[in-house]
Design a protein around this ligand. Structure first.
Ligand SMILES: Cc1cc2nc3c(=O)[nH]c(=O)nc-3n(C[C@H](O)[C@H](O)[C@H](O)COP(=O)(O)O)c2cc1C
Length: 385
């Protein structure tokens, strides 16, 4: 067990008193919630949620990556989009964050729509904002398959996709075609073939190219699947990256006549001291916000599971306590001086509401959507309204 996990398990913390044992328990796969039954029990929604449950049973028999592709393609069909819009688009409370007006505070986390091919299909599920990417300057294939694993008994995934994407030019074309009325975040990274010492050039290239089409831009320095990337979260490398991105943001704001917020996405595997140093740097360079956080390299919470030893990042229900704990530390450090987006392990509206209580301005989810479908988005919007 790593120091960090021992730390968050043993820690006596004031905000943590709001996290009860019940909240922390991962949903068992045979509970009605985990099998896709509506998280809120409105009779007219029952048919749709049963349909989701049946679809999920079929998809979960397939290879996970293939199932994701099929599900996204199906969700893009105009009939499915219109059903989703009717069933799942819930009126949430509008929020303003980093100067952006969002229809609600619930967003899709990066990685599900890496190329921006499914923005409107995902928007039909009710999200207030959608983050596409991670995108890199040049297209790249990512790691060899298999690279995505389901840990069904834990409601979790392990992935080592390695930024498989079609390159920034393709993504920009897709983003420009969108009809989605919520906000669009574009998450940027570096190509695997770019040395870590040259990473700044890749981030700058992406920032310049996506600036006009994004509502905000996320700098991903926390994927565990690109060698050396997480080094950019610390010390001089972080300072130099944020310095050059901040200058570029300022020049782009002048050129385009519009300021677009830049946020940095971090790993939940950072110690208190590392988070403190990170947040000080973020505030020094006047970065607009932080996303806490990405997948974890930790495995103690899924030890013994069939795929527990696969390399990559773990996401989903088992990482929620860790993600909440690390995010609460960031909230204290930022003290409201930069925006905070909370991600990791949201499987119910209550979890989303708790992240807000712990200091998140906005929340995002990914793995919960795979296990619960759009009913989860609706539940999160209702519980955070
Ligand atoms: C298959 C998969 C691919 C992901 N790809 C990215 C990515 O490209 N960029 C990124 O910033 N985060 C990526 N993530 C991390 C998610 O955005 C999110 O931070 C993480 O999964 C924790 O949230 P969750 O527990 O709700 O899934 C990915 C996650 C998964 C499961």
């Amino acid at each position: 067990m790593s120091g960090i996990v021992r730390y968050y398990q043993n820690r006596t913390r004031t905000p943590g008193q709001m996290i009860t044992d019940k909240d922390d328990a991962p949903l068992a796969p045979d509970t009605p919630q985990a099998s896709g039954t509506p998280l809120t029990h409105d009779a007219p929604q029952a048919l749709n949620d049963t349909l989701f449950r049946l679809t999920r049973a079929v998809l979960f028999k397939m290879d996970p990556e293939r199932a994701h592709d099929i599900a996204l393609r199906a969700a893009s069909h105009s009939i499915v989009k219109s059903i989703n819009r009717k069933r799942y688009a819930t009126n949430g409370s509008a929020v303003t964050c980093m100067g952006l007006d969002l229809p609600n505070c619930v967003g899709l986390a990066a990685g599900l729509d890496k190329n921006g091919d499914y923005i409107d299909a995902l928007g039909a599920m009710g999200f207030g904002f959608i983050e596409i990417g991670t995108i890199t300057p040049k297209p790249q294939q990512g790691n060899p398959q298999p690279r995505l694993f389901r840990l069904k008994e834990h409601n979790a995934l392990i992935n080592r996709m390695g930024f498989n994407n079609m390159g920034v030019d393709h993504l920009v074309k897709q983003a420009e075609k969108r009809q989605f009325k919520g906000c669009l975040g574009i998450n940027i990274g570096k190509n695997a073939s770019t040395a870590i010492d040259d990473a700044e050039n890749d981030y700058l290239t992406c920032l310049e190219k996506v600036y006009a089409s994004a509502d905000y831009i996320t700098v991903n320095v926390s994927s565990p699947n690109t060698q050396g990337l997480r080094d950019l979260q610390h010390g001089e490398r972080l300072r130099s990256l944020l310095d050059c991105l901040k200058n570029a943001q300022s020049n782009l704001a002048t050129r385009h006549g519009q300021y677009k917020p830049v946020v940095v996405k971090i790993a939940p595997d950072m110690s208190d001291a590392e988070l403190s140093e990170f947040c000080t740097t973020v505030l020094e360079f006047e970065i607009d916000g932080v996303i806490a956080g990405n997948t974890t390299s930790e495995r103690s919470m899924v030890a013994g599971s069939q795929h527990a030893n696969e390399s990559g990042g773990l996401s989903g229900a088992p990482i929620r306590a860790l993600a909440d704990d690390r995010m609460a530390v960031v909230a204290t450090q930022l003290d409201g001086k930069a925006a905070l987006i909370g991600v990791g392990g949201i499987f119910s509206g209550g979890h989303a509401a708790l992240k807000r209580q712990l200091g998140a301005d906005l929340v995002q989810l990914y793995t919960g959507l795979i296990y619960h479908g759009p009913a989860l988005v609706r539940d999160c919007i209702r519980k955070t309204t």
